[in-house]
Design a binder for this molecule. Sequence first.
Ligand code: ADP
Ligand code: ZN
Length: 600
Amino acid sequence: MNKLEVLNSYWGYDAFLPFQEKAIDSILDDHDTLTVLPTGGGKSICFQLPALLKEGMAVIISPLISLMKDQVDSLHDLGISARYLNSSLEFGEQKKIVAEVRASRVKLLYLAPERLALEQTKSLLQSVSLSYFVVDEAHCISHWGHNFREDYRNLQVIKEAFKNIAVHAFTATATPEVRADIVKQLKLVEPHLYLGAIDRPNLAYRVKTRESNYLTHIAEILNTYKDEAGIIYCIRRKDVDELSQRLTDLGYKNLPYHAGLNDEIRTRNQNAFSQEKINIMVATVAFGMGIDRSNIRYIIHLGMPKSIEHYQQETGRAGRDGLNSACYLFYQGGDYRTWEYLVREAVDRETLLKKLKEMYNYCSYPECRHKYLSNYFGQELPTDNCGACDYCLNELEMIKNPAEVSRKIISAVREVNERFGADHIVNILTANENENVTRWRHNKITSFGIMRSEKKTTIRYAIEQLVGQGYLARELEHYTLSVTAKGSALQRGEWIPKLASPIMIRKIARKEKKEAYRGAETSNNYDQAVFEKLRNKRRELAERKKTPAYIIFSDKSLWDMAHKKPVTLAAFQHVYGVGEQKLEQYGEEFVSLIKQVTSG
Ligand code: ADP
Ligand code: ZN
């Protein structure tokens, strides 16, 4: 068989996605590779498929037990012999798998990185024929990345202990620094680099301030996506517990997930989400890696994530099936301070703070979100108006004279000798003669009342944005504001827009447009009633087999079924995502269900 035939007969797909073929060819040629594809870009097939065409066994290094289990379960469901070795297995099971490896009965072996450091693992792998190594989630190897894992440092041993075997690295998010680090750490030899577009055109991004009525906003979003799946991320465990409870009180069925819950509850909640018994997850970042449910329609961040990489990864869980999905980020300046506090003792504090600043800048700087994210990862967005973010949709109300407003604020901060916080500055500018203002005689200074016609909230929010955009700095302990070099340049009128981003300040947004997507597939072309029946069947099978529902069929496959309504096995075979094994395993059951519902 050639690679296209393999794709078709195992996975039931007709063509490769962008870069898949190149990455596969590079693996077939034994040329070291670094492939960066966004979530949903189809990385797994890139490294799984060549294993079926090459002699020997492929070794996949993967950072998470749940991720390995998912992939191995999916491969089994396609009729491909795959196993994993990690600490979740009992001794007897491990022995069995080792024996299968020795007998060359395994095509893909998933390993935890720390396993590779063990002599016995190395000698096992040296005693059998290997096709290639894959390092999945390769950004974990880099200190510059957002998910550094000590165990990934071991992976240098691959090139040392297995001299003539190619190594292929895969990741969804990697800045140029991280890419260079991956190549260096893994000692890749003149690797082919495949860089997919980082942009996710089917996601609509919106950034909003978190006001006291945030629950109303969230409820609106949940109502829009009734019966569809979504994740709400909070910064702290207690926020998760609180929000989960409040949503339950309001009648929104949901489950919480964070590292403070015991293993059993966490597993149960995760399974309920994977098996589609529950649609709303309220979670900390602990929830996510290895969640491959492809029909997640919205991601809400009820608090700013700690880096753009995290944001990209977390929002990336929406719309893996290519369909329109929404990403909402509700933030406050206080989130920055919360994170600053949480990372205060980390060894790589400086790197984390830099990333935090960039994240805060994303929130504070009103420009195209798709553009910002692409640029962050070193790519250009090939359009000036993405049509799928709050900025491009014109949902943000901008201040008309941002430079002038900013100069007024900056001069007030200066005039009080950079010794006061934002609220005090607002009071001065709006001529609010409260006790503090009169006590310090700040009602006598030049800045007093120079913005009395502006709304307090507008000025308060402008200050927040000036901090986020780096014109003002805020001291951690007392929250006092000071003027940065960039701010001084702006005040002197020396800010050169050509060399840097022009200043832009927004007001607190109100309006929101409904149709907000670009380049996404539509899914209207199927019979909704049939789809619901198929979905129930899938849920039933998932429960019976104790696997996540998406392992059985993706939503896209179900839509295609609900569209084509095949009533014979021959016709069923042409459904998207139906390969030989799926046909044999599920064909009859689905065909007879379709017959039944279509005959009335
Ligand atoms: P990633 O790991 O890059 O996030 P996945 O490997 O999970 O992406 O693939 C995303 C989805 O795309 C999966 O449902 C997968 O089966 C599907 N897919 C992969 N390759 C193809 C293809 N060539 N044609 C159609 N669908 C594909
Ligand atoms: Zn945009």
